[in-house]
Design a protein around this ligand. Structure first.
Ligand code: GLN
Length: 481
């Protein structure tokens, strides 16, 4: 189904030339989803109304009306982003029947340029995880190997994009949840600078770390989507009042004299050999494009995982206090008094990993432990941030592997939370610092599993990341041909 392999801007070109109608594309997509997604399980909800929306756009095109930026482009959305009138479950039993009365700001923005929301994608419950196995509704599988995980927590979104079951998707990234599954599914996934994209309508996991970002088939699409969803929002006081550049204008800039740092702390023992080799190959390509490459040190790197899991669980335990069976979502049927209602609702509604994190988070915030854990973690967070700030005084880009490993087998780490937490060893520090970073697919391992690299930029310098990514994507394409 060649049409479904296209990216956003390529599909738009076909619409402009009237070579295919949006309703035909949506029908093709539905057919493909019903055929393939029984196995992959990237979707939790399919928006059947998409076909009516598409038909309206057919008429617009027939009348020769001007098409808005994403007019008629089917996009899927991670199920922790509120969509008006469409269930938003966070892959949790506690929100199973929740239908938001409003759209998240990023959804409003997508709709305002004509995008069609095709469905909601699977994820780890409340975005807690690295494999999408923590979904209350069953795991998603990696489209490149159905015995393996797609990564997480935005594994539904990256699997849907990777399997051509949508043209692009939105995910959320608190510690790596866009980049790590993008690496596992061979797609382009961007975590923007903290504050670049409004979090209004994103069900909060850890509010000081969460960002929404685009997951796409190519770099140009990523630049297009990022431009649309970015910007100050009066409903999110942490969104930043800064002009949003036209990112696509930067894609083809020369890379001559771009300074790239490669932190030695990211080449740890145990890293998959084929990933390491791929990085060296990419560095050679970039050198031949005129980049200046140097080894750097980010000395506090190894404290990242511990720091992240203290801060993220602390914030999560507080954010999840709202799910009490009173305001919305699931309520236990069987209780004698208010306290029991709270306890049973949360006991029955939350999955194992969610409970583990609430317990951990409550513990690190409790009196007597607050100073020892939470406050200490905040201090280390500053040290990690300073490492990056110092490095960016003389660099444009920092380049690392996105993950230390290839997609692992379903079930391999499910019962070992600590092992699972290490999947994010290369991504969490970027969230702690609040920096932007992208995953770029750069080929396959000998057993045909995708490999990704992470390109990190300075604050609000997404255009530099996209520029380098775009040129690299061209070089990698040439090499494959
Ligand atoms: N895998 C990490 C975690 O479990 C990151 C999740 C995320 O970015 N949402 O917390």
């Amino acid at each position: 189904m060649e049409i479904l392999k296209l990216g956003v801007w390529e599909l738009k070109e076909l619409y402009k030339k009237k070579e295919i109608k949006p309703s035909e594309v949506v029908s093709l997509l539905f057919e493909e989803i019903y055929k393939k997604d029984k196995e992959i399980h990237s979707y939790l909800y399919i928006n059947e109304k998409a076909i009516d929306e598409a038909k309206k756009i057919d008429e617009k095109i027939a009348k020769g009306e001007e098409l808005r930026e994403l007019e008629g482009i089917p996009i899927s959305i991670k199920d922790n982003i509120c969509t008006k009138g469409i269930p938003t479950t966070c892959a949790s039993k506690i929100l199973q029947n929740f239908i938001p009365p409003y759209d998240a700001t990023c959804i409003e923005k997508l709709k305002s340029v004509g995008a069609i929301i095709i469905g909601k994608t699977n994820m780890d419950e409340f975005a807690f995880g690295s494999s999408t196995e923590n979904s209350a509704f069953g795991p998603t599988k990696n489209p490149f190997d159905l015995d393996r995980v797609p990564g997480g927590s935005s594994g539904g979104s990256t699997a849907a994009v990777g399997a051509n079951l949508c043209f692009a998707s939105l995910g959320s990234d608190t510690g790596g949840s866009i980049r790590q599954p993008s690496a596992f599914c061979g797609v382009v996934g961007m975590k923007p600078t903290y504050g670049r994209v409004s979090r209004y309508g994103l069900v909060a996991f850890a509010s000081s770390l969460d960002q929404i970002g685009p997951i796409t088939k190519n770099v140009r699409d990523n630049a297009i989507l990022l431009k649309i969803i970015s910007g100050k929002d009066k409903y999110d006081s942490t969104s930043v009042e800064l002009d949003v550049p036209e990112y696509t204008n930067f894609l083809e800039n020369s890379l001559k004299d771009i300074r790239i740092g490669v932190p030695k702390e990211y080449f740890i023992e145990g890293i998959e050999k084929e990933i390491e080799e791929k990085i060296y190959k990419i560095l050679k390509i970039l050198e031949s494009e005129g980049c200046k490459i140097e080894e750097i040190s980010l000395p506090h790197t190894s404290y990242g995982i511990a720091t992240y899991y203290i801060i993220a669980t602390a914030e999560a335990s507080s954010n999840l206090a709202r799910f009490d069976g009173v305001k919305y979502g699931y309520r236990s049927k069987n209780y004698k008094n208010l306290m029991e209602m709270y306890m049973k609702t949360r006991g029955e509604g939350f999955g194992e990993e969610v409970k583990r994190r609430i317990i951990l988070g409550t513990y690190v915030l409790s009196s007597g432990y607050y100073e020892a854990y939470y406050l200490k973690a905040q201090k280390v967070r500053t040290l990690i941030k300073n490492d990056f700030e110092n490095a960016f005084k003389k660099l444009d880009i920092i380049l690392t592997p996105t993950t230390p490993e290839l997609p692992f087998k379903i079930g391999e780490k499910k019962d070992d939370p600590l092992k699972m937490y290490l999947s994010d060893i290369f991504t969490v520090n970027i969230n702690l610092a609040g920096l932007p970073a992208i995953n770029i697919p750069c080929g396959f391992s000998s057993n045909r599993l995708p490999i990704g690299i992470q390109i990190i930029g300075d604050y609000f310098k997404e255009e530099k990341i996209l520029n380098l990514s775009y040129i690299l994507e061209r070089c990698i394409e040439k090499e494959v041909k």
